[in-house]
Design a protein around this ligand. Sequence first.
Ligand SMILES: [Zn+2]
Ligand SMILES: [Zn+2]
Length: 336
Amino acid sequence: MKVAVCKEPKKPLVFEEWDMPEINDDEVLIQVHYCGVCHSDLHIVDGDWADWVSYPTVPGHEVAGIAVKVGKEVTWIKEGDRVGMPWIYSSCEVCNYCVEGDEPLCPNQEITGITKQGGYAEYMKAPGRFVTKIPDNLDLAHAAPLFCAGVTVYAALKHLNIKPDELVAVQGVGGLGHLAIQYAKAMGAKVAALSHSQEKEEFSGELGADYFINTSKTDPAEELKKLGGADVILTTVFKSEAIQTLIGGLAPRGRLSVVGAARDPIQVIPFDLITKRIVVTGSAVGGRKLLRETLQFSADFGIKPLVEIHPFDKVNEVLDRVREGKVRLRAVLKMV
Ligand SMILES: [Zn+2]
Ligand SMILES: [Zn+2]
């Protein structure tokens, strides 16, 4: 089978022919049909996480395909089922977080495409307990990005306990934000889309946003205050200084959640914490429960990522497109 291997950081991926994986009784062999290209894959390829990633590795954690071999212990998946694999390849399953269905907090995880072979391949094997079925009315190309981008913003919104008619501000109308706007709207919220690019106004409206705030032309916190203050802010941008500009726009009891892994600090004024009882938090991916919910919610409400589909052999060009910020809005590799 053909795989794209990151042999060492800062070098193009190399195509190799590997033997088909042998599966154990508790595993599933997936024929990968589509694999999303996530910003995290760039961190692997560019060596940003060199202290964590052991090279060589086969990236790809937005996997959608068909179960072609099923170990005999995996009674809940049949050959021919449409399935996918997310960021979390497996977790310990016995810690309190795992038992409560909150696997992203488990200290003993294996990660698809980092510690285990990922989906930049014609086939991959995966533990049956983490292989997730894809609803019938969700096509595989659109399902793939939901395994990371989709579940990341869906889970973040769920953790924020949105109530109907609350004002949810989504910062960034990119690969993550355009899904967050659709989910927040379908959850019954009023949605404000925030972007530094005026071009995103019309698109945000098509996604369901009720308001648009141009963060390069206005003080976004002041604009949010004019709307009564944001009950929830989900920020999908990677720049701490951009996140910082929004905190003053939170309403009393407002919650701000971060999903972009910026490393610079943001400041919160204790006076605001006390007088407005605001909460500043974050979220990464989602466990199996929230992943299933994400897929079903997307299917039920007709929510799809905007994808550009490229053949597998263009993977290096696609990674360049992600690096240069050219992708509209999630890139997906087509394997078959
Ligand atoms: Zn990802
Ligand atoms: Zn655990």
